[in-house]
Ligand binder design. Structure first.
Ligand SMILES: [Zn+2]
Length: 368
């Protein structure tokens, strides 16, 4: 019933208009290709075996479960040229009118605002530890060959680990370099581990200096399993990432897979943490791209997203050849349940921001 009610909202119209434009563009490209093929055929000796139009489909993307809405955009098969002698083009499936995108509601509890790849964890917004560590995966035994481990105890959330593996593999394939190192104690840290680390640092350099780089227990991103520290290990020596030119290009690969450099030099005033060329945080592919391109740290990005709500303008991002649509849903002013609008029939994800709401990320499909 919610579906029907929301079918005619402005949002529904807008998202459908966007999908229609995508279809028209795709149809245009197909017609152009058909015309080109026909011209080529005319130039070729008549009687050659002519194959039908390639049933060329987009290559699958990781996690791309793009449903029928987008994939049923076969060409409307206009018989463009009169000399249709050649083309056995007529076997295209009949066009089924794609269903319009409708929305439904999702009821989320406040506890869910504390989870997801876009949670903000800093001195103002402590991390709330989940009841167990089931969401964490040991890197030892699950890492790709693209990097080494500082210890066998390193753990990350599955999505962060998968993204790191892809980034490291791509980097190794492109450069042949195998010296990337996930630092010892550089991934998930429990509260106790963080406390130990902090006290050790205080003993070494004093409280004021320690606070610049080591977070107080409870407010470290390392608690989330979404962050890791990176170094380079070559010829028996450990280096900082930026110390070696070959490796200083690796962050680009990380951004493509959904990580951001969490504490850039020009954001110290906002993050409260000194520049760390080694600390990366998983936020998800479109978010990492938008943040990096627009020079926004996580604090700033989440603030920006407050301006993109369901009933208003949505943020549109194309990343990795895929179009995404993003909006923010503020947490309910009262009660435990927040009702969030999500699309039917399009892949989406929802993340809390650990502050005051949720971010909905919709995958519209491959960019054209
Ligand atoms: Zn770190």
């Amino acid at each position: 019933m919610n579906q029907n009610y929301h079918q005619n909202t402005a949002q529904s119209r807008r998202i459908n208009e966007r999908l229609r434009r995508r279809r028209r563009r795709r149809a245009g490209i197909v017609i152009f290709l058909l015309a080109a093929i026909l011209i080529a055929l005319a130039a070729v000796y008549v009687g050659l075996l002519i194959r039908g139009r390639d049933d060329r489909r987009d290559p699958p993307v990781d996690g791309d479960t793009t449903p029928a809405v987008i994939e049923t955009t076969a060409a409307p098969e206009t018989t463009a040229a009169p000399e249709t002698t050649a083309a056995p083009e007529t076997t295209a499936p009949p066009e089924t009118a794609p269903a319009p995108v409708t929305f439904t509601t999702l009821n989320l509890s406040r506890a869910e605002m504390l989870r997801g790849p876009l949670v903000l964890v800093n001195s103002s917004f402590p991390y709330t530890f989940p009841a167990n560590e089931k969401h964490l995966v040991n890197l030892y035994g699950n890492r790709s060959r693209g990097y080494q481990l500082g210890s066998a105890q390193e753990k990350l959330a599955q999505n962060a680990l998968d993204a790191l593996n892809r980034a490291a593999d791509a980097f190794m394939a492109a450069t042949g370099e195998t010296g990337l190192l996930v630092s010892n104690n550089g991934t998930y840290r429990s509260f106790d581990a963080q406390e130990k680390l902090y006290m050790k640092r205080v003993d070494a350099v004093g409280e004021a200096e320690a606070a610049k780089y080591v977070a107080l227990p409870g407010v470290s991103e390392h608690h989330t399993g979404l962050a890791f520290d990176l170094a380079v290990y070559v010829d028996g020596k450990t280096y900082q990432l930026n110390a070696l030119e070959t490796y200083s290009g690796f962050p680009t690969y990380l951004v493509e897979q959904g990580f951001v450099l969490r504490y850039p030099a020009n954001k110290v005033q906002v993050t409260g943490i000194g520049y760390e060329d080694w600390h990366f945080r998983y936020v998800g592919i479109p978010h990492a791209k938008y943040m990096t391109e627009n020079n926004l740290c996580l604090e700033e990005y989440l603030n920006t997203l407050r301006g993109y709500q369901f009933d208003g303008t949505h943020l549109l991002v194309t990343a990795g050849g895929v179009d995404y649509e993003i909006w923010y849903a503020p947490v309910a002013a009262e009660g435990d349940i927040t009702t969030v609008m999500v699309p039917n029939g399009l892949p989406y994800s929802v993340s809390g921001n650990n502050m005051d709401g949720f971010i909905v990320t919709v995958m519209l499909g491959r960019a054209q």
